[in-house]
Design a protein around this ligand. Structure first.
Ligand code: PLP
Length: 405
């Protein structure tokens, strides 16, 4: 069997791999605590279920327009007007199978071999892989001051004549940091002056805490959507807890959306119609579901922060959004894969190593689960990392044995 050279280099998603590892352990009856989850626990909004069920009931589930059902696009246009203060036309919108596919279509549409795409560390694990999948070159900017938000000058220095795009994800997976408005404004100006796409991955934009808010990149340009360099990607996965429906979208210049539509038409034809109906239901239904989720997650974040206080030597920046934080565990182990494997094997706690996010020595911990999981997960990590703790503990009748790192 001869697999392509490029495909052989593409890493599997560490987060999805860990989900699978946790699932298998649970299937074997192991009391696993999953602090790696990348999705909220809530049920899909009723409006989404009813809308999808109504569509299914017609029995008329066929190919739909490649760029999405007109009624869903209308809901996305309204969402964009309400949240980004921009009027967009249907031609500026494409519906895809998740934010992920919208982003991949976009990268495919803009990247020539060896074009550079700037990624800001810490970054979502899929960005570098996706860039390489379209024969582009990921250029990583890591904040020199050890923070989670690069300085504008650091990003500017990374721009070359090969730069095609900069990807911004704020609130950020994995750090939970929010980029300051001044930085977004500077990036809009930089991208406009150097003719670079500014890709705003806004998938967590309403999951923000303590009164923090995210900005609309469009607020910093006088250009209209068609002449702008800004492309938004977003979806219903995180804000509505609808990861399994796989619906996301992109908003951008119509020429670009047209090309992305051609790519999508040749690969998946269109996103699944019952899922599109569900997304439409979510976007047009009562929006208190998003606020309720946000409040739950904010409370979970507070519990996670309080628990982490008790972990000696671990430094953590309080996240202002998402459902992740990225504590620094270098006091215990500078190799995050080794540490995450140790915690999974010995304490049965799933964490995600920081290395594939561009932050070695850190672990991404999720507080999307229940309070009980957060508290017990951190307690077990404390036990596993404390050299003075007993070598064995019991979880029910399951004995955990820890050999010190
Ligand atoms: N973008 C970021 C930054 C993410 O963290 C994720 C999921 O973890 C996605 C996109 C994927 O979104 P979707 O489920 O809509 O494909």
């Amino acid at each position: 069997m001869r697999i392509s050279q490029l495909a052989r280099t593409i890493n599997e998603s560490p987060t999805l791999a860990l989900n699978e590892a946790a699932r298998l352990l649970r299937e074997r009856g192991e009391p696993v605590i999953h602090l790696g989850i990348g999705e909220p626990k809530n049920k899909a909004p009723m409006a989404a279920i009813l809308s999808s069920a109504a569509k299914l009931k017609t029995g008329d589930i066929k190919y739909a327009p490649s760029d999405g059902l007109p009624s869903l696009k209308k809901a996305i246009i309204r969402y964009t007007e309400e949240n980004y203060r921009r009027v967009v036309a249907p031609e500026n919108v494409i519906v895809s199978t998740g934010d992920k596919q919208a982003l991949y279509n976009l990268l495919f549409a803009i990247t020539d071999p060896q074009d550079e795409i700037i990624l800001l560390a810490p970054y979502w694990v899929s960005y570098p892989e996706m860039v390489r999948m379209v024969y582009g070159v990921p250029v990583i900017v890591t904040p020199e001051d050890g923070s989670f938000v690069p300085q504008f000058s650091e990003i500017e220095r990374a721009v070359s004549s090969n730069t095609k795009a900069i990807i911004v994800n704020s609130p950020n997976n994995p750090s939970g940091a929010i980029y300051p408005p001044e930085l977004i404004a500077q990036l809009v100006e930089l991208c406009e002056s150097r003719d670079i796409f500014l890709i705003m991955d806004d998938i967590y934009h309403k999951l923000v805490f303590d009164g923090a808010c995210t900005v609309s990149a469009y607020d910093y340009t006088n250009r209209d959507v068609d002449s702008s360099n800004i492309v938004l990607v977003n979806g219903v996965s995180k804000l509505y807890g609808m990861t399994g429906f796989r619906i996301g979208w992109a908003v951008g210049p119509r020429r670009l959306i047209e090309v992305m539509t051609a790519i999508q038409a040749q690969t998946t034809s269109c996103p699944a119609v019952p899922s599109q109906a569900a997304a439409e239901g979510a976007l047009t239904g009562v929006q208190s579901v998003v606020e309720n989720l946000r409040l739950t997650i904010q409370n979970n974040r507070d519990v996670m922060m309080a628990e982490l206080q008790g972990l000696e030597g671990v430094r953590v920046e309080k996240p202002l959004g998402t459902f992740y934080c990225l504590p620094d565990f270098r006091a215990y182990n500078t190799n995050s894969v080794e540490l995450a494997t140790f915690l999974l094997n010995k304490a049965l706690v799933v964490t995600v190593p920081g290395a594939p996010f561009g932050m070695e020595g850190h672990l991404r911990l999720s507080y999307a689960g229940s309070i009980k999981e957060i508290m017990e997960g951190i307690e077990r990590i404390k036990w596993a990392l404390d050299p003075n703790a007993p070598n064995e503990i019991y979880i029910g009748d399951r004995k955990l044995v820890r050999d010190w790192l």
